[in-house]
Design a protein around this ligand. Structure first.
Ligand code: ATP
Length: 320
């Protein structure tokens, strides 16, 4: 398990990290998201031992490894947001060079390199120059390189930015396979829609601190309850409005013709209860729909400081 406790980091007077605390559970595929400048790369560099924090801790399996560069490099594989490949080497030479950095050589190193290149689909490119690889292939090569010492934790900083949709899809499939093989993976990205399909957990960062963290389904469910519930009523609209106004789980009501849009804080069961209550009181409901929430909407809600708070209001055409 990778735990980050109260990380602070300032560049001069600018505070990039303001008490970042987060937990990446064993075997998780953790999406680390935040707007530009939120502090993702700064946090990742501290986790991987490339940057020193002003204060705070990085713990692996409960052990404080803050600043222990050697320890962090053994336990973590890191794919940075730039390629950093040596163009004048072949793919095979490049991998063997990194294997030698981890004191692997000879037959053992070659076997390990070949197995990793197979895993990322580059085994047939062993003799190609790195320079001649496509962007997607270079990214896969960086991934293979990061796995050379078989780290338990893999950290990738915006790995799919600049890749075309097909290459992104293939890269995601490789990550999924690695997670299924038991790796703990943290991936930072702006492509939120991709994360909801790929990740098991998510942490949302803004201005150097975490705004939300949890299981992907729980976070999306939280968004679901904040989306409006749209009720179309074909008879007894006034009766429906009185009932909704008296319901403590209804925060806002907006009426347009026969359509009532409400913000309802209840869960799915309470939602079903509300529908039954309306129908039971003689309100003719022709449709009752909750728009599905998206990861984009939770991200916007959590990071939008200017968002106005909802107040109980409705267009009182009905005179209620
Ligand atoms: P992006 O998604 O744009 O890469 P990020 O979430 O990774 O952003 P960081 O790169 O960690 O964010 O940067 C956080 C803030 O710290 C930004 O405002 C950035 O300008 C600032 N910053 C980062 N590195 C330095 C540095 N070496 N010196 C001064 N300021 C820096």
């Amino acid at each position: 398990m990778l735990e980050i406790r109260e990380l602070h980091k300032a560049y001069g007077k600018f505070h990039a990290l303001n008490g970042l605390t987060m937990t990446v559970g064993d075997g998780a595929l953790y999406g680390f998201v935040g707007p530009n400048g939120a502090g993702k790369t700064t946090a990742i560099k501290i986790m991987t031992g490339l940057l020193e924090a002003d204060s705070g801790q990085v713990l692996i399996d409960g052990r404080d490894v803050t600043g222990f560069e050697g320890e962090l490099k053994t336990q973590i594989g890191y794919v940075p947001d730039f390629f950093g490949v040596y163009d004048n080497l072949t793919v095979g030479e490049y991998m063997e060079f990194f294997a030698s950095c981890y004191h692997m050589d000879g037959l053992l190193a070659r076997k390990r390199c070949l197995a990793l290149l197979e895993q990322v689909g580059l085994d047939e490119r062993m003799d190609f120059y790195v320079d001649g690889l496509s962007r997607g292939m270079k990214q896969r090569l960086c991934l293979a390189r990061a796995l050379i010492h078989d780290p338990a934790i893999l950290i990738l900083d915006e790995p799919t930015s600049g890749l075309d949709p097909r290459t992104r899809f293939e890269f995601r499939e490789i990550l999924r396979e690695l997670q299924e093989a038991g790796k703990t993976i943290l991936i930072s990205s702006h492509v939120l829609s991709e994360l909801s399909e790929l990740c098991t957990d998510i942490g949302i960062l803004d201005q150097g601190r975490l705004l939300a963290e949890g299981n992907m389904e729980d976070i999306l469910a939280r968004v679901n309850t904040s989306k409006p519930l749209v009720i179309t009523v074909c008879r007894n609209l006034d009766q429906a409005l009185v009932m909704l106004k008296n319901n403590p789980m209804v925060q806002t009501i907006t009426v347009r013709d026969q359509e009532i849009s409400i913000h309802f804080s209840g869960d799915q069961e309470e939602e079903a209860g509300l529908l039954a209550e309306l129908v039971g009181a003689g309100v003719m409901v022709s449709s009752f729909v909750r728009e599905p929430g998206s990861l984009e909407s939770v991200f916007m809600q959590l990071t939008d400081q200017e968002e106005e708070r909802s107040v109980l209001s409705y267009e009182a055409e009905s005179g209620l």
